[in-house]
Write a protein that binds this ligand. Sequence first.
Ligand SMILES: [Zn+2]
Length: 563
Amino acid sequence: MQKTKVGVLVLLSGVVIASQFIGHGATNVAAKERNKASAQTIPAPDPQMIRAHVKFLASDLLEGRGTGQRGGDLAAEYIGAQFESYGLKPAGDNGAFFQNVPMVTMKTLPDTRFSLVPKSSEGGGAVSLKLLDDFTVNNETQTEVADINAPIVFVGFGIKAPEYNWDDYKGVDMHGKVALLFVNEPVSDDPKFFKGKALTYYGRWIYKFEETARQGAIATLIIHRTDLASYGWQVIQNSLGTEKSFLKLDGHTPKLKAASWIQLDVAKTIAAMSGLDIDKMYQQAQSRDFKPIELPVSLKAHVVSEIHPFMGKNVVAKLPGADAKRSDEAVLYTAHYDHLGIHPDAPGDNIYNGAVDNATGCGILLELARVWSMAKPAPPRSILFAAVTGEEQGLLGSEFLGRHLPVPASKITLDLNYDALPPIGDPEEVDVSGAERTTFYPEVEAVAKSLGLAIRPDAHPEAGHYYRSDHFSLARVGVPSFSIGEGQKYKGHDAAWGEAQSKDYVDHHYHQPSDEYRADWDFTGLAKMTQFGVLLGQKAASALALQSWQPGDEFESARKKTD
Ligand SMILES: [Zn+2]
């Protein structure tokens, strides 16, 4: 599996080098630009600065930096004040460093009812389902009550992907109906078809809710199969079961009255009531010739929610570019500052400090901002720094930023994101998953090499990590984007040690109150990751052309739309 992937990477980067060579033609101009970039002086990132930021942002005083909570607002103030102290320009709302992000928390209440109603008595009686045990539901339309009584249509994987010549809807009108579908995407070993074993955005649950709403559905039932989701029912219960924040409705994005997950057994019941077999339905969904099946079963639902609107904040700063022709273009750096906040009713330590997740990314973002502010001369393109909120609620702050960028998306050449980098030593590897999808990859390879960093291939492409961090929000609006992280190999240790460290973090500290600052942490690696970002930023800020996606990439059309 990884062999195939590596083969593709090499091939793609070969194409890039060739096309750039032909495209630029005037090599002496390119060389001049390169010299200019290398003549620019920027101070080396200081590990102690990063440590100080992490220590403060992860302290109990910041109360876990919850979105819409006091601690989160304090973190935003701190970050804004740092940006200001570096002499950067505000790039938020009305000349401030803050961009308001209107959000809403929706809590599904126990009065919520779901039942499956057969069309004729031959299908047996109505079956009522139990909230959380059988299904989860969020009302995306942000009303206190939503009622549904509509036929269920099985739409396979619910995917519409022109680049793979795939359409699960085949022109069937979904307006006012309930979509039933499987999570994930058609099984493939062919890298040209849904990226082989790697998960594409089409396989993610968020896509399923978005696409079915676009098709006109009023409710969507995603069938949970642990093997397909790569996480258990418990995870869905915890993350979506009771409370979820959303961006406030913008009035033009279609939303579902019921965005639901159902247990596999519930899907089996629906199939049985329809005289069908769920395993056969899954097999049928694998075919390009699959056609939606209107089932003789309706969903009758009454969704009751508590709504709590609030205002979140992104913190955005700008270092203006020096080249009159290119200063309206920009390189963007992002990191989320929010974490899970404080759970006042829980016994014991109830502060989710989020030291690794993501005080570390913020420490790096601030150090990037500090050293960039001292760049001499200033870069040709502008540099934007954005600390975003609501990541833990589903990449909300970055989604809002993507739609309300201070510089149009078409003029942002690159977004480099930092999310949860353990300060545990001096890395000899870097993880830049997704960079290979962009025209910038040859530069990434060159910079990694110059710092003695090997590029580590994504160990679990099937988990779709690319779609789970803030750079993805920028990719969706076309900006070539990826996250920078350490690999697993650290100086003085073998890769197994690094793997054990990351397993320990995932098992014992990830999204837990114990993700706390430690005095014995070694920040040299984070300074190195900062330096890596500085060097990449320098190249992107001075390159002749703006970066883009590789031909055929799923985000290529979004980039073209913004032209
Ligand atoms: Zn997190």
